[in-house]
Design a protein around this ligand. Structure first.
Ligand SMILES: [Zn+2]
Length: 614
């Protein structure tokens, strides 16, 4: 355990002093973590629903859909390897149809974050404004997308135009259709075959560890509108598509198709599931004339989440959740009862968020956050009746909140933080809420308050504080930071605030918190703003001054089981101010690997905790 944390810490935060502090604190962490009863296995061991088995023909034998293993189908075996390119194409078409069938009962979460760009003479294209879409995809008979957030414009773009992959409709103004961004999870959902496409073999190429055959696809002359036009990469073992890159042919007059780069990951045996799609339009070279310029990241996850039917919801009231586990034979004292009650509320909320795919299962990233929290607690002599826990929200918008004694930080926020000093700043604010007793609301201890559909999560849960509590938490947080090992590292935290302030007016969607308090108010940073006063001047041209990172560089989310891990990428030298890209969207370039390699890596991390130290 000690080794694991230090290993990860070394990768993430290469700061010598910090590691020594972590070493001192780790023993405490381990002790503190033991009694914390994280909600294990949030999925109910439900009796087989008649509708459920029917809805998942290929996925699982009825009644035992619990573990990944039992649910993961095996690759079709005993097929002779194709010997001609024609046979390869046949196999590709067959595998794509099997993937479409395999995914059809699933409703993964789909998130699109888009930045419209404007040209800055010094920094190149920078964000001008942004949009955020979050929803569930229904892959059952077409590709459909229902959104969690209320940014729907009825009428325009619905119906036929939407079916025709309307990325953008422009009858009155440019209107982004979230569906358009997720369209390229398949090349062609309904008619991926030789009647509609020409396949031209281009070459062999490695993507990461995976050897691929590369084909160019063009629609046949009379194949109709909205056909895929571009390139596909096929892994050369089972002939699954692992990457698609291109656009759709012949848009209608009021529609516009994006260019997309779509990646799949081999997270279960035999199948490569769609994980990331990068879209980009616009050209800022001299003389180019653009109506739109943007870049957008679309991520899919939660493939293994239960589909939340009404029946499913009711099975969530589990008999075993009210089992009394207290060792004492006596009734709880009033204060103990109150704490027990709060613990129940906290666990209910975490379990519900995890079931909706919005909270990653407890894991290694939590341990890093927890170590930082522990460092602040220990140096401030903070002793709480219940241990503070940390969890990762799976979404991109920059937000934090705390539920009882659990601090939740979004994936996007962890991504953009430059170092441990700024991470400590983020965590200290929530720790302050806990220390000051701001989180005593326990209305969620009642299970009926958890009975809502996944897409109503944001309407039913919220952890916002009143402005007075926000101000008090900031004050307490600064006080704690100054007494902590991070006292000397607050310059970077202050620089982060300054960089955020610089970009905040353009990043309204990224800064819109959905469950907690906003970090900004009307384009002005309010959270921990005091730290900016003592920080050095922000200077984009100073190449060694990294105030904030691009999105997506730090935390990797597993689309199949929602686990998060820290990316171990080699740092790339920054050679100009344009390389910094604070808070920006960049293309995806995952290192592809086959399932066994991926699962071995996952097993190593999972097994790491019981390993003896040294
Ligand atoms: Zn707060």
């Amino acid at each position: 355990m000690r080794n694991v944390i230090l290993e990860v810490m070394r990768d993430v935060m290469s700061n010598r002093n910090w590691i020594i502090l972590a070493l001192l604190a780790v023993t405490m962490t381990a002790v503190a973590q033991q009694p914390a009863s994280a909600p294990q296995n949030p999925q109910p061991v439900a009796a087989a629903q008649p509708g459920q088995t029917a809805a998942q023909p290929s996925a699982a034998p009825s009644g035992q859909a619990q573990s990944d293993q039992s649910q993961s189908p095996q690759a079709p075996a005993n097929l002779a390897p194709p010997t001609t390119m024609d046979q390869v194409v046949d196999r590709v078409i067959m595998r794509e149809k099997e993937l479409i069938k395999f995914l059809s009962p699933r409703t993964p979460i789909v998130e699109t974050y888009l930045q419209n760009l404007t040209q800055d003479p010094q920094l190149g294209p920078i964000p001008q404004d942004d949009h955020y879409f979050l929803g569930r995809m229904d892959l059952s008979d077409s590709i459909d997308r229902s959104d969690y957030l209320q940014e729907k414009v009825k009428g325009e773009g619905e119906g036929m135009e939407k079916r025709l992959l309307g990325g953008i409709t422009k009858r009155f103004k440019f209107q982004y259709q979230p569906l358009g961004f997720s369209w390229m999870i398949f090349a062609d959902r309904n008619e991926f075959d030789r009647q509609h496409y020409n396949f031209h073999y281009a070459r062999r190429e490695f993507l990461g560890d995976v050897r691929c055959l590369v084909f160019d696809l063009t629609p046949k002359k009379d194949a109709g509108r909205g056909r895929f036009l571009g390139r596909i990469w096929i892994e050369d073992q089972d002939f699954n598509i692992v990457r698609l890159n291109g656009t759709y042919a012949r848009p209608s007059r009021n529609n516009y198709y994006y260019h997309m780069d779509s990646w799949r990951l081999n997270l279960i045996p035999g199948y490569w599931v769609p994980a990331y799609i990068y879209s980009e339009e616009g050209d800022f070279t001299a003389g180019a004339k653009n109506k739109i310029a943007f870049k957008a990241q679309t991520r899919m996850w939660g493939y293994n989440l239960k589909t939340g039917t009404a029946n499913d919801e009711l099975t969530q009231i589990r008999v075993d959740s009210v089992k009394d586990e207290t060792p004492s034979a006596q009734d709880a004292s009033p204060l103990a009862a109150e704490r027990e009650w709060q613990q129940q509320a906290e666990d209910n909320v975490l379990e519900r968020l995890e079931r909706a795919g919005l909270l990653a299962p407890a894991g290694d990233v939590d341990k890093i956050l927890q170590t930082v929290v522990n460092n602040i607690e220990i140096t401030n002599n903070i002793e709480l009746p219940r241990a503070v826990r940390t969890r990762v929200l799976t979404t991109s918008p920059l937000e934090t909140f705390s539920v009882g004694n659990t601090i939740v930080v979004s994936r996007g926020l962890i991504d953009v933080l430059p170092d441990e000093g700024s991470l400590a700043m983020v965590l200290s604010h929530e720790l302050a809420h806990i220390v000051l007793g701001h989180n005593l609301g326990s209305q969620y201890a009642f299970n009926d308050r958890m009975l809502f559909s996944d897409d109503a999560t944001y309407q039913n849960l919220g952890f916002k504080h009143i402005p007075e509590e926000e101000a008090a938490a900031d004050k307490k947080a600064v006080e704690m930071l100054k007494a902590s090992p991070y006292a000397q590292k607050l310059d970077s935290a202050g620089l982060f605030i300054k960089a955020l302030q610089k970009r905040a007016p353009q990043l309204g969607a990224l800064l819109q918190a959905h469950l907690g308090n906003n970090i900004t108010d009307n384009g002005t940073v309010t959270r921990m703003a005091q730290l900016a006063n003592s920080a050095p001047a922000l200077d984009w041209n100073k190449l060694d001054q990294i105030a904030a990172l691009p999105l997506g560089g730090r935390v990797k989310l597993n689309p199949w089981d929602d686990r998060v891990e820290i990316v171990k990428a080699q740092p790339v030298a920054i050679t100009s101010a344009r390389d910094k890209m604070p808070f920006e969207v960049t293309p995806f370039f995952p290192r592809l690997a086959r399932y066994s390699a991926v699962s071995t890596a996952a097993a190593t991390t999972a097994d790491a905790s019981p390993t003896p130290t040294n």
